[in-house]
Design a protein around this ligand. Sequence first.
Ligand SMILES: Nc1ncnc2c1ncn2[C@@H]1O[C@H](COP(=O)(O)OP(=O)(O)O)[C@@H](O)[C@H]1O
Ligand SMILES: [Mg+2]
Length: 316
Amino acid sequence: MLKVDNITVTFKTDEGIFKAIDDVSFHINRGEIVGLVGESGCGKSVTALSILRLIPLPAGRIEKGKILFKSKDLLKLSAGEIRKIRGKAISMIFQEPAAALSPLHRIGKQMVETFLFHKNIPRKKAWNIAETWLKKVGISDTEERMFAYPYQLSGGMQQRVMIAMALMLEPDLIVADEPTTALDATIQLQVFELIRKMRQSQTSILLITHDMGIVWEMCDRVIVMYASRIVEEGNLNDIFSKPAHPYTIGLLESIPKLACNIDRLKTINGYVPSPFKYPSGCYFRNRCPHAFDQCKKEKPKFVNLGKGHKAACFLL
Ligand SMILES: Nc1ncnc2c1ncn2[C@@H]1O[C@H](COP(=O)(O)OP(=O)(O)O)[C@@H](O)[C@H]1O
Ligand SMILES: [Mg+2]
C-alpha cells in the first residue's frame, strides 16, 4: 500500500540546517496497523507530514527519497493531484484538531464540502453520512452539533469531529498522529474500536504514538524511531518479546505495568538531544548503557534478525 524509501527531510532555521528525519524507509501492507513510536522530537510527525506532502515550506524540504503509494510516487504529483489524494485515499488525523478544522465554517458544512470535493453524491446524502459519523465517534446531539462552529466545541469534541472527517471517506490509508492523546479513556477506547473496524475493511493505518501500551493493544507491526532515524522494526510479538535495540528495550521498560509498581518504573537516562547536537556514530550512544568504542565511530547498519525484524546496533 505504502512504501517510504530513503526519505530525508531538512529544516532551515536561524541556527542552521538540520535533518528532522534521516534516511527513513518502511512500508505498510494493506489492512495492516503499523505503530511508529519514539520519544518527543524523534521525527514521527515529520515522517507523517511528508507522506501527505504537508511539510511546512519553505523552511522544510524533502531532500531525497520516494514515497510510493500504490506504486505511484507521491513526491512527483502536482499540487492538484495530491489534494485529490488527501482525505480521499489517504487521510490524516492530527495531534491538534485546530490544524484540520476551519474556524470559519460550521461543522456540518465543512464535512459536507469535504465529501462533495471527493465524491459525487447529493448534498442531502452527504449531510446524513456526515451526521452518522459524528454519532460513531461518540458525539451526542448531532443534529445540533452539525450547526456548531469548532470554537463552540470542547477540544476533545473537536478532536472527535476531525476523526469522523478522516474516517468518513473510508480512505485506503489513515495516518494518525497521536490521535487520542487529548481524549479521555472511554472515548479513546471508542476511537480505537473504530480504527480497528476500518482495518477490517482493508484500510491500512500508520499509528503514531509515544505510548507502548497503545502499540500493544492496536498494532501488527512496530517501527521505532530515535533522533531522526529508524532504529528497529519488527512484528508486534518480536518487538515485545525480543526487543533488540537498547532504545526499544528502554521504551518497553518504561511502560507502567501495574500502578502499584510505579515507583520501580525504569526510565531511559537523559533526553533526546537537539538535532544540532546529535553525537557522532550511533545517535543513541550517549544514553545507551552498553555503548563502546565503535558506537562513537560509525553509524550502525541494520542487522536482519528474521521475519522482517531488524535493528541498527553494534551489539547484534
Ligand atoms: N516546522 C518545523 N520547523 C523547524 N523544526 C521543526 C518543525 N517541525 C518539526 N521540527 C523539528 O524536527 C524534529 C522532529 O520533530 P517531530 O517530527 O515533530 O517529532 P515527534 O513528532 O517525534 O515529536 C524536532 O527536532 C523538531 O523540533
Ligand atoms: Mg509529533
